[in-house]
Design a protein around this ligand. Structure first.
Ligand SMILES: *Cc1c(COP(=O)(O)O)cnc(C)c1O
Length: 803
């Protein structure tokens, strides 16, 4: 299509005029973006076709990653970088007087996810393609992604997100590959030739229409597929009001549920789950049959991974196809299903474990319910053989109990691999949360510590640091990120360290400009940029951070000689719309910001900024500018965290608890290059189990705590004294479930250590360097290589010889 700048310019101009029907001079930024996006998608289409063909001919085993969320962010620059044409394109555009940055800003984030779980799925797609692995994503094409957040008067306001308003250049609608997904109706059972036949009749069909997106690997010809399903009315006849049917149908792919830890909005949520699973598996089976005919060796050619329990109905759906359509016996079908499906657990928070009441499940999915029931009965029988008479244990482990279906139990029983997402998390699953299942199936359990794609979170987001690294150690690390370790050799190189400092400073200036544009707040770029960005949740303890800021403010006010290095505290966080408490924390952060930022008496030593609408594209500007990364969850609660890895890779130092992947970060950088504080997971879990914590005692015995807690309600924040009662009560009346007050003194101390450390610039830069050098392990390439080898048994596809 184009192989140099000249050709690019010509093609671009011609295409612009042809598709927009305007001259270049008349064209808008959006016209230019659309033209460029379409060009790039077509540019990859040959390799896209070739990749599919190559996999088919070689009969490569394929993996399908089923996820209810894919938090992709923007794709233009990412694709340009992976195709290695970013330079040609940006220089070509520059000669036309167009800045690539401005065109990039036209693109709206594809925000089909809430946070870590959805972003992990997106990083995994990038690693699969970049490692030439035959792995594809299956998800839902939500019309509205995660809500847009505005802050009005300190409160979160939610606006519907509209990423499809102007169309999406990266997708291709494939209506001829639609799938009909049945809901409701009933199952007729009959017997033919000595075999039970199940027919799902009077079902209401929803048409699942696939939209495919190319997933481009880095510097490779491999182009995998992300298939997102759109829900549309079916052409099948229905005997009910057509308009209502249309509305109900379309609602299935209308909204992403705005929370990944609570489950709400019952029927629609379950409909979404089966819609995703059924459409995905039927389309996988359809193309499998076309190539192989029979399904008896399905598991040898196909691996299906379920990202948390949302797609767990993949298990009964595959059983249904193998039994009802393929006419296999239960045992044959079970063998194939078990060996096809693998499962990742993402949380041990009890409120996040999915359960469905039978009264909802059975009428909506009558045949699937029968199969789940049968799986449960057979499982319970096995348990009875293993633990004769131990009713309690069987009741606890059953898939169906007390009129509820437990999705995690179904996943544990019906998949051959169960993994946690960090070492600590996997240990907690084995020793506590899923102890009973670990006893029955020890061979299923394994750990796969999460990772992030260094291509988006370093190369794309921090080009200056990337160039510095390449100048120092060459380019090999891009394909083998563990080679970042070579940077250790520069630990005593003051020229190199100084360049690191200057790059951080430039990145802070870019973020400072953004802060000023967005909030009007002027921040000092020589202050410490101390950042906490992630979903707002009690267990993530943004509250601990803001109470500590109040404490610092108090110190500055009561003691003019209190010596602290100037700090800018930056927050970004969306709260689930129904999560009252989380919204109060947002209001508290903004209330503190208002007070602190407008108090001239503290000489600008403290600034507090809340950046609204935290999302992937904003995150890309934030990580490169961070000095300090706040990873302060209550130990045992954060399964892994991935924000922690993005900060580390950009040279920020972690202030963190021994939770999730923080532990593995510490293991790699060493105690001297991280700031660890607070209770350990074991201690937290023991408190939960045996009691013994009384937050009131910490309140009474530590006057620093008493002061900040009292300030929540005593008029310190004028005019909003009632606003924070729920927070006050959670800390004192409800015994501080997340141990904020318990960890407060330890947090103050570690923040003093940060202050001291930052004053020694050389030392700080060395610590920062060590974090970058050890971050290679946290590339999702390492994670995906482990999944490929240890769970999926898939191998890289050879590169094309032609093209
Ligand atoms: C990485 C990322 C997350 C996950 O952050 P954690 O700190 O691991 O919770 C959430 N949202 C966005 C936009 C991200 O990029």
């Amino acid at each position: 299509m184009f192989s140099n700048k000249m050709e690019f310019k010509e093609t671009f101009l011609r295409r612009l005029e042809m598709t927009c029907g305007k001259s270049f001079a008349e064209s808008t930024k959006r016209d230019q973006y659309d033209t460029l996006g379409n060009m790039i998608r077509e540019y990859v289409s040959l390799n896209w076709i070739e990749t599919k063909e190559k996999n088919r001919v070689a009969k490569n085993k394929q993996v399908y990653y089923l996820s209810i969320e894919f938090l992709l962010g923007r794709l233009l620059r990412h694709n340009l970088i992976n195709l290695k044409i970013d330079q040609v394109v940006s220089e070509g555009l520059a000669e036309l007087g167009i800045h690539l940055d401005e065109i990039e800003d036209v693109e709206v984030d594809a925000a089909l996810g809430n946070g870590g779980l959805g972003r992990l799925a997106a990083c995994f797609l990038d690693s699969l393609a970049s490692l030439n692995l035959p792995g594809h994503g299956c998800g839902i094409r939500y019309k509205h992604g995660l809500f847009e957040q505005k802050i009005v008067d300190g409160y979160q306001v939610e606006l519907p997100e509209q990423w499809l308003r102007h169309g999406h250049v990266w997708e291709v609608r494939k209506a001829d590959l639609s799938i009909e997904v049945p809901f409701w109706g009933k199952v007729e059972v009959s017997e033919e030739n000595g075999r039970m036949i199940f027919r799902h009749v009077n079902a209401e069909m929803i048409t699942a229409v696939p939209y495919d997106m190319p997933v481009v690997g880095y510097e490779t010809e491999t182009v995998n597929t992300l298939r997102l399903w759109n829900a549309e009315p079916s052409p099948y006849p229905i005997n009910r009001d057509i308009m209502q049917y249309k509305r109900e149908t379309e609602s299935v792919s209308e909204f992403l549920y705005p929370d990944d830890t609570h489950d709400e909005g019952k029927i629609l949520r379950l409909k979404q789950q089966y819609f995703l699973v059924s459409a995905s598996i039927r389309s996988i089976v359809r193309s499998y049959r076309k190539q192989y005919g029979s399904l008896v060796d399905f598991h040898q050619h196909i691996s299906i991974h379920i990202n948390d329990t949302h797609p767990v109905l993949a298990i009964p759906e595959l059983m249904r196809i193998l039994i009802d359509e393929e006419q296999l016996s239960w045992d044959e079908a079970w063998h194939i299903t078990l060996n096809t499906i693998s499962y990742t657990n993402h949380t041990t928070l009890a409120e996040a474990l999915e359960k469905w009441p039978i009264r909802i499940f059975q009428p909506l999915l009558p045949r699937i319910y029968m199969i789940v029931n049968e799986i449960n009965e057979r499982f319970c029988k096995n348990l009875w053989d293993l633990y004769p008479g131990d009713w309690n244990r069987i009741e606890e482990m059953a898939i169906i109990a007390h009129d509820q279906i437990k999705m995690a139990h179904l996943a544990l029983v019906g998949s051959h691999s169960v993994n946690g997402v960090a070492e600590l998390h996997t240990e907690i699953l084995k020793k506590r949360e899923m102890k009973n299942f670990y006893e029955v199936y020890p061979e299923k359990f394994n750990n796969k510590t999460n990772g992030i794609t260094h291509r988006r979170w370093l190369i794309k987001s921090n080009p200056k640091l990337t160039d510095l690294i390449c100048d120092a150690i060459g380019n090999d690390w891009i394909h083998k990120p563990e080679l970042l370790e070579k940077l250790e050799a520069f630990k005593e190189d003051s020229v190199f360290l100084n360049q690191m400092f200057l790059i951080k400073k430039l990145n802070k200036e870019l973020l400072a400009k953004r802060i000023q544009d967005q909030t009007g707040i002027v921040v000092d770029t020589s202050s410490i940029f101390d950042i906490q960005v992630k979903r707002l949740h009690a267990y993530k303890r943004q509250l601990l951070n803001i109470l500590h800021i109040m404490h610092l403010y108090n110190r500055l006010k009561e003691d003019s000689s209190f010596n602290m290095y100037p700090r800018t505290f930056i927050f970004g966080a969306k709260a689930s719309p129904g999560y009252y408490y989380a919204k109060k924390i947002i209001k508290l952060i903004n209330t503190v910001a208002e007070k602190v930022n407008n108090d001239a008496s503290i000489n600008g030593k403290l600034k507090v900024v809340f950046l609204e609408n935290y999302r992937v594209s904003l995150a890309e500007d934030i990580f490169p500018a961070a000095d300090v990364s706040e990873q302060i969850s209550t130990a045992s609660k954060e399964a892994s965290g991935t924000g922690n890895m993005k900060f580390m890779m950009n040279g920020a130092l972690t202030v963190g608890t021994l939770d999730g992947a923080n532990i593995e970060i510490k293991d790699r950088v060493g105690d001297e290059n991280i700031f660890i504080f607070g209770l350990k997971a074991e201690e937290v879990l023991n408190y939960y189990q045996h009691g013994g914590y009384r937050s009131m005692e910490y309140y009474h015995h530590d006057k620093r705590i008493r002061k900040v807690v009292d300030q929540l309600t005593n008029g310190f924040f004028e005019g909003v004294e009632d606003e924070f009662e729920a927070i006050y009560d959670s800390l004192l009346m409800q015994n501080d479930h997340y141990f904020v007050l318990r960890d407060f003194a330890s947090y103050i101390q570690i923040q003093r250590d940060v202050d001291t450390a930052y004053k020694n610039q050389q030392k700080w830069l060395q610590m920062s360097l060590m974090n970058i050098a050890k971050s290679g392990y946290f590339s999702s390439d390492r994670t995906i290589e482990q999944y490929a080898k240890e769970i999926w048994s898939i191998k890289p596809v050879g590169q094309f010889t032609t093209s």
